[in-house]
Write a protein that binds this ligand. Structure first.
Ligand code: 5GP
Length: 214
């Protein structure tokens, strides 16, 4: 299969980052696109692994220089996918996994119609809020903003190709893997299909003409 862009979206606290990370641990045909952001680093994060943490000025400079495939504002901070990340992953023959919010996903869909878009749904409001508050990384007003935005983001589910309920992470990861495997058989994603079919047709016609006619 041609390497593709696998876009994972969900409201903040929906669990998509955990799913993406677990998926990456179990498969070597995937690469994680490390986004750039202007938001502060959380204690458990590291620069260059979870995000490229950039000062706002540097983010804007790179934006001006056309280095982003897409970018969006979230909670007053800037987030964007670097073209260099995607090139690095695709040129190694792997699929690129992108963890982006809805606006960025729309930009990717517009620029790359063959990208695969998955929406991760939290099983309940309680689970979503529990994850957001349990992180203990954002002040209450930012948590409130994220929860309010989550309600709007949930309404965008119909723009996605697949929707997965994140009730059990292991199951959700297996479902994403199953979707990826099924996509490999999609006619439009099969690299050498047409070449093979041409040869097969040629052989079938040759076989037919070699059958003696009474
Ligand atoms: P967080 O601050 O919780 O890490 O991320 C906030 C939101 O920004 C999440 O919905 C996440 O998916 C999104 N996000 C992370 N990286 C990118 C990116 O490169 N582009 C866009 N558009 N959104 C991103």
């Amino acid at each position: 299969m041609k390497p593709l862009l696998l876009v994972l979206s969900s409201p903040s606290g929906g669990g998509k980052t955990t799913i993406a990370k677990r998926l990456l641990q179990t498969r070597d045909d995937l690469g994680y696109s490390v986004s750039a952001t202007t938001r502060g680093m959380r204690p458990e994060e590291s620069d260059g692994v979870d995000y490229h943490f950039l000062p706002r000025k540097e983010f804007l400079r790179r934006q001006q220089a056309g280095e982003f495939l897409e970018w969006a504002t979230y909670g007053g901070e800037l987030y964007g996918t670097l073209k260099s990340e995607i090139n690095r992953i695709l040129s190694s023959g792997r699929h690129a996994v992108l963890d982006v919010e809805i606006e960025g996903a729309r930009q990717i869909r517009a620029g790359f119609p063959s990208s695969l878009h998955l929406f991760v749904i939290p099983p309940s409001a309680g689970a979503l809020i529990g994850r957001l508050t349990g992180r203990n990384t954002e002040p209450p007003e930012l948590i409130r903003e994220r929860i309010t935005r989550a309600a709007d983001e949930l309404a965008a589910v119909s723009e996605y190709d697949y929707a997965i309920l994140n009730q059990d992470v292991t199951l959700a990861v297996a479902q994403v893997a199953a979707i990826l495997d099924a996509e490999a058989w999609r006619v439009s994603r099969q690299d050498s299909l047409h070449e093979f079919i041409d040869r097969l047709r040629h052989d079938v016609i040759a076989a037919a003409s070699s059958i003696p006619v009474e």
